[in-house]
Design a binder for this molecule. Structure first.
Ligand SMILES: [Zn+2]
Length: 96
């Protein structure tokens, strides 16, 4: 009697459909892997082969150079929080 394979199962159409739907949705690879009862590595490999892309990476938390408060931004090169930017000092005419 054949033992249940512990190695990779073949992906079914339904699983692939679910991966295609979930992968770009912003759900974490860990959560997606859990829903598919597969390893994260397996999901990542399959997603890559299918050409699926994750949404632009989640926002990063930075410390504002001006008010020193933490703020979230999707941009790596932003150093001033929106609050400070919206004040007159940062309207682009400062010092001119
Ligand atoms: Zn600030």
């Amino acid at each position: 009697m054949a033992r249940a394979p512990t190695r990779q199962r073949n992906w079914t159409k339904a699983e692939i459909d679910l991966l295609v739907k979930l992968w770009p949705s912003g759900e974490t690879p860990t959560a997606i892997a859990r829903r598919l009862c597969r390893s994260v590595g397996s999901c990542k490999g399959r997603a890559k082969r299918l050409g699926l892309v994750r949404p632009a990476s989640d926002k990063i938390t930075k410390r504002c150079l001006y008010c020193r408060h933490l703020f979230a931004t999707a941009h790596r090169f932003i150093f001033i929080c929106e609050d400070c930017k919206s004040t007159e000092k940062f309207d682009g005419s400062a010092g001119l």
